[in-house]
Design a protein around this ligand. Structure first.
Ligand SMILES: Cc1ncc(COP(=O)(O)O)c(C=O)c1O
Length: 361
């Protein structure tokens, strides 16, 4: 018998969530963001479910090449572009679009061989202050690249820092208009939060990531309220049950202490599976369909749960760590992080199963 932990991936939910993007931004071609192994869901699996998207966006060159070799013909954008001139022939050969965010990269583009054709997304810094060209650099980059026959197409791109919070996008949209207002280049602006909240950012290519995976980008608002379906369900089982006396402590450091006689369950899931070690006592978790809380520090391979609300639980009882019936956003919030981090951190040792295969079995 294998260890009972599994991540179940619901590809129909992934397609449903792409449909939600389409309904929100019906005129926008979509770059489905599948970086970081499709946010932990499996690159090729996600790409096949999202093959109706007009493009893919990611950062890993080998993964982008893998997509081309697997036969995907849509636009594929590398979100950090290239890291040295030696990468350029590969981008040209595999027809990969490069985000160009610095004048160093603009200079490297001079080394493109004659006859080469490269698709470029020029990234403007509108206030995120991470990657992107300043206004002056943008003008200089346009001078250098416009009219160069080796640049197959140019798209103007920026990224929002606060689309998921109360600051919103207006301040960055104003800067964008100021910096590039006159320009008529096609655009790519919106991440999930902007797709969900700010239709004024939808012009051109949208770039949804987290919403495709059925997780909300907004603190305090779960995916179902946004019409999204969770794609990954992490589940396991109870592998031992323990009766505690009042005063008994649980796990490393004894950070949970029983106030009364109670039962706890030991679950085959720990931080080496991707469950957050910082999840405190009481982090929500579902046992036999009943919501309860974790008890004690998460260890490498196991965590414990309070079985008080689930007296019928036994060894072998199903446990949902997150996903269907246990929003990953709530687990993340309890652990002081975001759903993005939990999904991306799913460990390679966790077997991944597609939901359809499970239903067929
Ligand atoms: C440049 C860029 N565009 C789009 C996205 C997708 O963002 P989200 O997952 O919030 O939709 C990301 C993710 O971080 C990104 O870096």
């Amino acid at each position: 018998m294998p260890r009972p932990i599994q991540a179940i991936i619901d590809l129909a939910a992934l397609r449903h969530n792409l449909g939600a993007v389409r309904r929100l931004a019906p005129r926008s071609p979509v770059f489905a963001v599948i970086k970081a192994n499709a946010y932990g869901h499996g690159l090729m699996r996600a790409a096949s479910a999202l093959s109706a998207a007009e493009g893919f966006a990611l950062l890993e060159l080998d993964a982008a090449i893998g997509l081309r070799e697997a036969g995907y013909t849509q636009r594929i954008a590398l979100l950090e572009g290239f890291f040295g001139p030696r990468d350029l022939p590969m981008l040209v050969d595999y027809d990969l679009a490069a985000v160009v965010h610095s004048m160093d990269q603009v200079a490297m583009l001079r080394r493109l061989p004659q006859g080469a054709r490269l698709d470029v997304l020029l990234k403007l810094n509108t206030g995120m202050n991470r990657l992107g060209l300043s206004a002056t650099e943008f003008a200089a980059a346009l001078d250098a690249l416009r009219g160069d026959p080796r640049i197959a197409q140019l798209t103007l791109m920026t990224h929002f820092a606060n689309a998921d919070d109360e600051l919103g996008v207006a301040w960055q949209m104003e800067r964008l208009d100021r910096l590039a207002g006159e320009d008529t280049l096609p655009r790519s602006l919106a991440n999930s939060a902007a797709i969900l909240r700010y239709p004024e950012t939808h012009a051109g290519w949208v770039r949804p990531g987290i919403m495709l995976y059925g997780c909300s980008p907004f603190p305090g608002q779960n995916a179902p309220a946004l019409g999204l379906q969770p794609v990954m369900t992490l589940r396991s089982e109870i592998i031992a049950i323990r009766e505690l006396e009042p005063g008994d402590a649980v796990g490393y450091g004894g950070v949970f202490r029983a106030a009364r006689a109670m039962k706890i369950g030991v679950v085959a899931c720990g931080y080496a599976d991707g469950y957050p070690r910082h999840a405190p006592n009481g982090t929500p978790i579902v046992v036999e369909g009943v919501r309860t809380g974790t008890a004690g520090r998460v260890s490498m391979d196991m965590l414990c749960v309070d079985l008080t609300p689930v007296p019928h639980a036994r060894v072998g009882s199903p446990v949902t760590l997150w996903g269907e019936g246990m929003p990953v956003e709530e687990v993340a919030q309890a652990a002081g992080t975001v759903g993005y981090e939990l999904l991306c951190a799913l460990a390679p040792r966790v077997p991944v199963i597609e939901r359809a295969a499970l239903l067929d079995a």
